[in-house]
Design a protein. Structure first.
Length: 289
């Protein structure tokens, strides 16, 4: 009879596999996959490993299967089916862009602007919402606001709908519509227009295999200079926002100056670029005159 596989040994084996595969945080990923298999949190896994707990055969088999898939650089979030975003736990999988930690700071800019809006029920719009991350963060963290989200990818919309249903924010509305034509009924009434658009130049190759092979291309690539959708957002934002309204656009670390120029040329005022926690430029904001 085989001796049971200790969780500690399974974690070491998984972390070694991930390190050889070039995964940045092999121990973290090993613990998170084990947490998924065991139905607990990462802290629960660490405590179980210290106690010397063993894995049941079915658990060991499931963990081995997931480790093998992660070693091919399939995103961790696709394997667990969830991605944390601020205080939310969002459902994700093939066909939808996996929300990133750096986008949490973009959401914060939108939330701060929404909280500062001089209206009892300010309106916010998230264009190209994907998983719904920014929209649902605004809706749950600014409960007196009305939040509208637009998504036009069939594959992504499956996940968006699920996340809106799971979060259940009654102040959030979702529409399947192209961002260029979104919400004409809101023209001139919106306090915050937010978006994490595709901004990778068409000829660029994302560094991480998780992005290159698994994120939907429509959520990544934004034309020759990566800014095609940003140009559309600037015009749509002017249509939607009221005077003094804010636009918040996520972008790549080298694109701030170009985006400020696009916004200024269209008539936006006070364009400013903001760094994320790694001090890389991550978002640009501006005010509608």
């Amino acid at each position: 009879m085989d001796s049971p596989l200790l969780l500690q040994a399974a974690l070491h084996r998984a972390a070694d596999t991930f390190a050889r595969a070039g995964i940045a945080d092999p121990v973290v990923d090993a613990e998170l996959l084990a947490a998924h298999v065991l139905g607990t949190g990462r802290g629960g896994v660490q405590a179980a490993a210290i106690r010397g707990d063993a894995l049941a055969p079915a658990q060991a088999e499931e963990l081995d299967r997931l480790v093998a898939r992660r070693a091919t650089r399939e995103p961790l979030q696709h394997l667990t089916g969830t991605a944390p975003f601020r205080h939310l736990e969002l459902r994700v999988g093939p066909g939808v862009f996996v929300p990133r930690p750096e986008t949490e700071m973009v959401a914060q800019l939108a939330i701060d602007a929404l909280r500062a809006a001089a209206a009892p029920a300010p309106i916010a719009v998230d264009l190209g919402t994907g998983s719904g991350a920014i929209a649902l963060a605004m809706a749950t963290e600014v409960p007196h606001a009305q939040v509208f989200a637009a998504e036009n990818s069939v594959d992504a919309f499956v996940w968006t709908k699920e996340n809106f249903a799971l979060v259940g924010a009654d102040n959030a509305r979702l529409a399947f519509i192209d961002l260029e034509r979104a919400f004409p009924e809101l023209d001139g009434t919106v306090s915050v227009v937010a978006s994490n658009p595709p901004y990778v130049p068409d000829a660029a190759i994302p560094r991480d295999p998780e992005v290159r092979f698994f994120d939907p291309p429509a959520a990544l690539y934004g034309g020759a200079d990566g800014l095609d959708v940003v140009r559309v957002l600037s015009r749509v934002g002017l249509r939607l926002a009221h005077g003094g309204g804010t636009i918040v656009i996520e972008h790549g670390e080298w694109q701030g100056a170009e985006i400020r120029a696009i916004l200024a040329a269209d008539g936006w005022r006070a364009a400013a670029t903001h760094p994320d926690l790694t001090m890389r430029d991550r978002a640009t904001t501006a005010l509608r005159p």
